[in-house]
Design a protein around this ligand. Sequence first.
Ligand code: WTA
Length: 631
Amino acid sequence: MIGLGNNDALTRKRANQDYIKFWEEEAHKLYWFEKWTKTLEWNPPFAKWFVNGKINASYNALDVTVQKSPQKAAILWEGENGGTRTLTYDELLNYVCKVANSLKSLGVKKGDRVTIYMPMIPELVVSLLACARIGAVHTVIFSGFSSQSVRDRVYDSKSKIIITADGGFRRGAIVELKRVIDEAVSDFDFVENVVVYVHAKIPITLGKKDRIWNDLVNNASEYCEPEKLDSTHPLYILYTSGTTGKPKGVLHGTGGYLVHLYSTFKWIFDIKGSDIYFCTADIGWVTGHSYIVYGPLMHGVTQVMYEGALVFPTPLRIWDLIERYKVTILYTTPTALRMFMKYGDESPNSKNLSSLRLLGTVGEPINPKVWEWYFKVIGKMNCPIVDTWWQTETGGIMISPVPGLETISLKPGSATRPLPGINIGIVDEHGNDLPPETKGYLVVKNLWPGMLISLWADDEKYKTVYWSKYKGMYYSGDFAIKDKDGYFWMLGRADDVLKVAGHRLGTAEIESGFVSHKSVAEAAVCGIPHEVKGESIIVFLVLKEGVTSSKQLEDELIQHIRNLVGPIATPDQLYIVSKLPKTRSGKIMRRLLKAVANNENIGDVSTLEDEAAVDEVNTAFNDLRKTIHRN
Ligand code: WTA
């Protein structure tokens, strides 16, 4: 049994009795300019939480703490090169106000979209909060995405302003962000200005629309009144991969989202005023939005923010950061843990990690072996591990141990039980509940405050993707099992979404990338298990008539996908085949590709177009003749 002594059984009891009333009671813990008149309005599948309530995310994240302890450190930042900065809550608020006023001076108004494409520096946090302060909708793009991905996302959101930096540091190299932006958006008339923060001090080209961050911000006035926004006002769009070639713009509201984060952050991390929290995610993904920016700041937490690679320049880096900043809570990914583990115990053992009291993981299933390593070698068997299951769409954590509320026994590899107020089921194809120990689809049966409000400019797709498979239940796209004790075990995605090193990528997105190359007729992508990354990308390509395969062409194709989607989409293996295995109705049989790539039995192939294609893919695999190993 592991727990931290908070045995608040009442919380779960209250939640079980009436989940809407329960979330309403939680909502009172935040600061509202005006209280709501209705807790939940449900016009399936559109939910409105805290209707008519007026709130501001940046006020809850900053002003609330500034009024009590302005000098408390909010961010302890460290660059990959070793430079450090500390920002107190007071300084952060002041900075956010100046940037908010700068955005206003560029004509940004409530509801306008602002794209943010930045390295992990304090200005990234500041940019999100500055948008939130004036009611602009931020849309952050992970800095590992290439220009075409940036272009597609900016086009979809029609952002008026882009905030970027000249460059950022990653594994000793400089990522030239401004150059990517130039390539991506220079012909978009709707983009009015590009604001550039000078961080890497590399040469950049400045065009008519470009503004240097410091020139704008240094002259801006010191205080910016927070907009009193409707609870349902969109806070952000975050693009995520689904089963089509085009990423979906997940749209989150303000009030409900903040309530979900406020409560889950407190229950799961059992947060104390003295904690030093460190989440290793990038703010380009939802974990950073929810559990670096909004959740921790609403609790006035001091956190470490690190710019670069966790094992750079040596595998000691992460453990050194923990020792020097006396980190008490570490929240990271299974991919990072598998990588640390591969480097051996010597590095963590050579540092003093005794400040740690709680460990967390997110984003992928964690293998029991890795869980145990985390528990023993990093936590020295003193720290509970919170394995947290959730999605970009859920906004906040849904399944996790809650040491801040109750003492429970942990099972390595299980995210344990749903949080209070969250109702999760495992169902079959038709939506019937499955008995314990049976693999099925994970669904959410109740509404919850952090839920997405829709997909950006696509209500229809929102309906189809999440609410059409089952009536009245949210379809997560994950497989899972519930055991006899009610513990959940995640079994990965049930759809064509990959988790490569924790990054969410759609097979269709990568396929359409390959097909856009002049030499490619057809492409099929699948994921196979990978020791460190969890999953790795395998691609099967059919070339156009008359094109012959060569090493040079394969290299070109790999480069093409890196340019188009980004280095995170680099396949580990690439096979050129003359035909893809398809069903009689013409659908590519990914199940078969996966089996072939995994060297497993293929099973029933009766629905294949013709058996020759199977043999061919098999031969291609067995020969390994076209294998390209990268990364
Ligand atoms: C997977 C990340 C197992 C899952 C916060 C989900 C997990 C997808 C876990 C969402 C976990 C997330 N154990 N699998 N603890 N957490 N996943 O949108 O497949 O990047 O559907 O959000 O990650 O990925 P996303």
